[in-house]
Design a protein around this ligand. Structure first.
Ligand code: HEC
Length: 202
């Protein structure tokens, strides 16, 4: 009888503790430092990417710069990642390269920025923690230069640019943007960041 009671107590306790899910948050004291690090990584990546893109446009026009983007953009981000000691990526709800599709959590962040933008509120960076990694996200907006390859066909995007895009990216969703639209997110991952992470039970 006693054993039965004990087992019952154990089972109830077991299920109760299972319901309490563990989640992870960034320590309050670490937020400022990580946001600064994220912003620095974005500055390194953006400067490198836009300088080399502009050079390529000057050398071989927008059409030539497309294949440059396809081949070189990942390499440039890889080099910038080494410099910034963090993993640098870009994600979006409307990808040109299907590898850049945002996951479910990132879609939430994107939608949140879109609503903030509608009310002209400030779009602060977002920090997400898991067990050992902190990920920094900040918005990427469309600038006038971007319109030549991300605007509307026959308006900012020429017919020949569209043709090359069709060949290289048959499932391209990254057209028809306007200046200032949210194009996606910078995603900066800091791994082995346990010192900045706190465990909480929901
Ligand atoms: C010369 C044409 C060209 C210009 C100009 C250009 N892009 Fe792109 N963009 C591309 C191509 C091509 C890709 C796909 C790269 C790849 O295969 O990873 C891309 C990919 C991206 C991505 C990654 C997500 C995805 O959809 O694959 C973002 C974000 C992005 N561009 C933003 C911008 C912004 C912001 C600007 C302006 C500062 C800009 N682009 C200017 C051609 C261009």
């Amino acid at each position: 009888m006693l054993i039965r009671i004990f087992s019952l107590v154990f089972i109830v306790f077991f299920f109760y503790s299972c319901q309490k899910e563990i989640s992870y948050i960034v320590k309050e004291d670490s937020k400022k430092e990580l946001i600064e690090k994220g912003q620095k990584a974005v500055a390194i990546a953006f400067t490198s990417l836009s300088t080399q893109l502009k050079d390529e446009i000057a050398n071989s026009g927008f059409d030539g710069a497309i294949s440059f983007c396809k081949v070189e953009a990942p390499k440039i981000l890889y080099d910038a990642s080494t410099k910034a000691m963090a993993n640098i990526h870009r994600v979006t709800d409307k990808p040109r390269n299907p590898k850049s599709l945002a996951n479910e959590k990132e879609m939430e962040i994107i939608n949140n920025y879109i609503s903030l933008q509608k009310t002209s509120s400030k779009m602060e960076a977002t920090l997400i923690a898991d067990k050992s990694k902190v990920t920094f996200y900040s918005p990427i907006k469309i600038l006038p230069l971007c319109m030549n390859c991300h605007g509307s066909v026959n308006k900012e995007v020429s017919e020949s640019t569209k043709e090359i895009l069709n060949q290289l990216y048959p499932e391209d969703k990254a057209l028809n943007y306007n200046i200032d639209d949210l194009r996606g997110l910078w995603k900066i991952e800091f791994s082995s960041a346990e010192e900045h992470i706190e465990q909480v039970k929901d």
